[in-house]
Write a protein that binds this ligand. Structure first.
Ligand code: NDP
Length: 309
């Protein structure tokens, strides 16, 4: 029987730690603050941002949601970011992606002060991460999802040092920082991507397999080494009944929820591949909940670092 790594429980543990830290800071008159910028009316983005703002309130952080219209220009966004950079009550700035096509996303993300870059997207933070500056003053704010992957492994007691970790995906948001964090934890790391040849022969060598591809059920059972730990970062919404059957045939509970909602989530790992694994993160309820928990942790860290604490 494969072990399920419960992301909801681990995220709850981290959030409780953050809440305790927030009350310690409150005793010193400090209230960490997050500004979440949501451009336009993308329903999925709005759901994400609202749940981030709500979690701030639950844990005692200050938060603010700023909602420029779809027509906002790059220059207007740059002014907004400059204001947030200068504000004393704001420790973290989050710009929800994707932005409308006419906004220069790179320029904007580069304009966020590295000290307030709680998503860890600024090149200064990417550089600090690569250089292994992970604690102490002026250390990296690490992208939330990959930071969550490491927390799941560590808090589940899964050994990383000396293990072969294979990361499929090399995005700046997930794959690359996940690989770098695993390397700093002394794993032997292989990074795979769309040009990798004979991918299954590499994934089958993984003691820890991280899938961050963005393709539903891409990792099939024969790509997994028996007993491996499989971390499924993927979130893919499926609405097609035939596709649903391909992944979840025989899963009555899922079928019921699919009929009711007309959709379900599947990761980048085929559900049947989990049976081969020794341990795995489910979708939903695996890596997803960690992303918000780590955002909260990053905001508190940013508040401390900015004050030299
Ligand atoms: P990107 O699209 O930015 O990157 C996907 C990566 O997968 C690329 O490096 C790409 O390679 C690689 N890839 C694509 N096709 C193949 C293939 N056939 N074989 C091998 N590699 C392939 O996605 P993200 O990194 O942003 O996200 C990955 C997944 O994680 C998505 O499902 C996303 O929804 C999910 N996600 C989940 C989060 C969470 O909170 N749990 C947060 C962020 C993302 P190449 O570079 O060569 O194109």
């Amino acid at each position: 029987m494969s072990r399920v790594l419960d992301g909801v429980a681990i995220a709850a543990e981290i959030k409780a730690e953050v809440a305790a830290e927030v009350s310690q800071l409150a005793a010193q008159g400090i209230r960490p603050g997050l500004a979440a910028v949501l451009v336009g009316n993308v329903a999925a983005s709005e759901i994400y941002v609202r749940s981030k703002v709500k979690t701030c309130a639950d844990l005692g952080l200050y938060s603010e949601m700023i909602t420029p219209p779809e027509t906002v220009t790059t220059e207007e966004m740059l002014t907004l970011v400059a204001d947030l950079n200068a504000r004393e009550d704001i420790d973290g700035i989050l710009i929800q992606l994707p932005l409308p096509g006419h906004v220069d996303t790179k320029r904007l993300l580069d304009a966020v002060s590295p000290e307030k870059d709680v998503d860890g997207f600024h090149p200064v933070n990417a550089g600090r991460l690569q250089a292994g500056r992970l604690s102490g003053k002026s250390s990296a704010l690490v992208p939330c999802t990959p930071a969550g992957v490491i927390e799941i492994l560590k808090r589940s007691g899964i050994a990383i040092a000396g293990q072969h970790a294979v990361v499929v995906g090399r995005s700046d948001i997930v794959g690359k920082p996940a690989a770098m964090l695993l390397l700093h934890q002394n794993a032997t790391v292989t990074i795979c991507h769309s040009k990798t040849q004979d991918l299954p022969s590499i994934t089958r060598q993984a003691d820890i397999l991280v899938a961050a591809i963005g393709r539903a059920g891409f990792i099939t059972p024969e790509m997994v080494k028996p007993g491996a730990t499989v971390i499924d970062v993927g979130i893919n919404r499926i609405t097609d009944r035939a596709e649903f059957e391909k992944f979840f045939a025989g899963d009555e509970k899922r079928a019921e929820s699919f009929s009711k909602r007309g959709s379900t989530l599947v990761g980048d790992v085929h559900p049947q591949a989990f049976a081969v694994a020794g341990a795995y993160t489910p979708v939903p309820g695996g890596v997803g909940p960690l992303t918000i928990a780590m955002l909260m942790a990053n905001t508190v860290r940013a508040a401390r670092m900015r004050r030299g604490l």
